[in-house]
Design a protein around this ligand. Sequence first.
Ligand SMILES: NC(=O)c1ccc[n+]([C@@H]2O[C@H](COP(=O)([O-])OP(=O)(O)OC[C@H]3O[C@@H](n4cnc5c(N)ncnc54)[C@H](O)[C@@H]3O)[C@@H](O)[C@H]2O)c1
Length: 306
Amino acid sequence: MLDFTGQVAIVTGAGNGLGRRYALDLAARGARVVANDIGVGVDGVANDDSPARRVVEEIRAAGGEAVAAEASVASLAGGEAVVAQAVAAFGRLDVLVNNAGIARTNHFTDVRYADVEASLSVHLLGAFHLLLPAWRHFVAQGGGAVVNTTSAVGVFGQQRSSVYAAGKMGVVGLTRVLALEGTAHGVRVNAIAPVAQSRMAADVYGRLNDKLDPAFVSAVVLALAHPSATVTGEVISAGGGRVSRLLLAATEGHFDPSLDDESAAAVLSEVAADERVAAVPSCAMDEIDLIRANYPDLADFRMAPR
Ligand SMILES: NC(=O)c1ccc[n+]([C@@H]2O[C@H](COP(=O)([O-])OP(=O)(O)OC[C@H]3O[C@@H](n4cnc5c(N)ncnc54)[C@H](O)[C@@H]3O)[C@@H](O)[C@H]2O)c1
């Protein structure tokens, strides 16, 4: 059984949906939980709710330990306050689940800049707002685990989701780099791409919705967050009992040492349809090394990971 006794976990957006499930499950397995939420609707507009306090009451009623943190992840001051509250209440921090999210869907012609700012400040900047202060603790402590939240909509695309997708894909880049930097400090960083019933997804999954208990996603988040896990830098899709790795891969492509405008135009469709995986790079230089591999005079040279 996964035991989180002695561990302290922050879950942002813990008042509803997936975050609530993560907070309840982490606490049930012994973690002391900081349940963060400001109580907003799916559109990010305040709705006078106090969901973080309700979740904390649920955790305490079940014999667990938790505190409510009601600062917004959308500001650095809010993120710093949540991290400071974890350390003040429980003396340490081991797990950060960046889960808070909002959704404002619109065709790009109807996107307002206010929506761009609101969405990115929760999803992408929100992750930074928690990670900047949390990272210092993890490094000083010599370890920690981060689960960021991305989405298939960000990785693969979906109409009316430009702003949401940009934030969620930004989270993937952040996850990959922090995983690389975190290894030296014992800090693991992964991203979950959840598929679950929630108020945010109320109209999305049709008849599949009944299969999408948030508990399926929570099981994977706890596995990623547990100190026994070794996985880092991955984007894991989870929902309805299915778990899979979303591959960030480079294809075989086309090599021509005398490529020019005409030949590039001639091969473009073929390159764009290529599904032959040449490599699953661990970092950018692994992908760039695929160019080097075509030049026989560079056979004794490698692009070094950085
Ligand atoms: N449900 C899905 O299928 C699905 C799919 C892909 C990604 N996601 C992502 O998973 C996460 C959880 O989504 P959910 O479906 O549980 O949605 P939800 O709307 O049920 O819960 C989101 C929670 O985040 C909170 N929140 C929003 N802005 C906040 C802020 N500034 N500070 C603190 N809390 C804030 C909300 O009050 C809410 O309680 C989101 O990041 C979402 O984008 C969900």
